[in-house]
Design a binder for this molecule. Structure first.
Ligand SMILES: CC(C)(COP(=O)(O)OP(=O)(O)OC[C@H]1O[C@@H](n2cnc3c(N)ncnc32)[C@H](O)[C@@H]1OP(=O)(O)O)[C@@H](O)C(=O)NCCC(=O)NCCS
Length: 267
């Protein structure tokens, strides 16, 4: 029997669904996630005001079951998919992901005001491994759905929306941290509100790890949206700076390497 799946554009009326869907059920009351939801809502309101839309939510038998998030890239005339996710096991493999993506493809065949009334040339994505244990990876899903690899880079995929279009990404300069004397002797955690509330949760966890490893350290949070001048002078909008050095290890990938780098920066 055909599943009852409804795809709805993200809007003020369903912001709660958009911002809470990815929270694991056992973390619904966790303060880090609550704060992440609050920050994501601010981000979503702002971006909806700017672009009219940023995401689609799938309702399976009336329950929020999945989302796809995207953003127009004006200089490339493409739409970048930042995330697709069907978080809960009971919703997997019931056609939710496919419906979300096909809905986006259909929508993006239409003219868009972002592109001065033209339709985008392609959908582009760099899926990150955020799947739950036993879940199907986004990269395999996009390949199944007809996305092609960009050049030699297996992690960058695209789906042409115009006949014969071949995507060639515009070279992006990697942001480099500009040292500030003011960052010495403390931890500066730079946060950039975005489509993913997990990024706030990960930074919060990193802060906890640092506080456990090093007592009585001053920690300053900078929200790059609220303090754009602070972000601009550092050249980066997200990251952890310890005693004036940007930490390159990612706490969740390798906790030991992360703490080692933090301690070395403090020497
Ligand atoms: C990829 C994902 C969106 C698919 O969602 P879904 O609703 O379960 O997928 P669908 O039922 O729509 O399946 C669509 C197609 O994907 C493929 N597919 C999905 N799950 C599969 C599985 N377990 N095994 C093999 N193929 C699979 C199949 O080609 C399927 O088509 P078919 O059913 O006609 O064979 C979902 O598994 C997911 O969220 N994965 C994690 C993605 C992620 O890491 N996001 C970032 C999180 S922060």
């Amino acid at each position: 029997m055909e599943e009852d799946i409804r795809i709805v554009e993200a809007a003020e009326s369903n912001l709660d669904d958009l911002c809470r869907l990815c929270i694991p059920p056992e973390r619904q009351a966790d303060p880090s996630f609550m704060k992440g939801v609050e920050l994501k809502k601010i981000w979503a309101r702002d971006i909806i005001k700017q672009w009219g839309s940023v995401a689609k939510i799938a309702y399976l038998e009336g329950t929020p079951a999945g989302l796809i998030q995207y953003i127009p890239v004006l200089e490339e005339m493409v739409v970048y998919i930042t995330c697709i996710f069907v978080p809960h096991r009971e919703h997997w493999r019931r056609g939710v992901g496919r419906r979300l993506l096909t809905s986006l493809i259909e929508d993006m065949r239409n003219p868009k005001s972002w592109f001065s009334g033209e339709s985008p040339s392609a959908l582009v994505t760099r899926p990150f491994p955020g799947e739950k244990p036993g879940q199907y990876p986004a990269r395999s899903f996009f390949r199944d759905m007809g996305f092609k690899q960009v050049g030699e880079d297996p992690s960058l995929l695209y789906y042409p929306l115009k006949h014969g279009f071949v995507y060639r990404p515009v070279e992006q300069k990697k942001p480099i941290y500009i040292h500030q004397e003011d960052d010495r002797g403390k931890v500066v955690i730079m946060y950039n509100p975005s489509f993913c509330l997990w990024s706030y949760v990960f930074l919060k966890r990193s802060e906890q790890e640092i506080r456990e490893a090093v007592q009585s350290l001053h920690v300053r949070w900078i929200n790059s949206w609220e303090e754009p001048i602070e972000a601009k002078k550092r050249g980066i909008s997200e990251g952890i700076i310890v005693n004036g050095r940007l930490i390159s290890s990612f706490m969740l990938d390798d906790r030991e390497a992360f703490i080692k780098e933090v301690l070395a920066a403090l020497e």
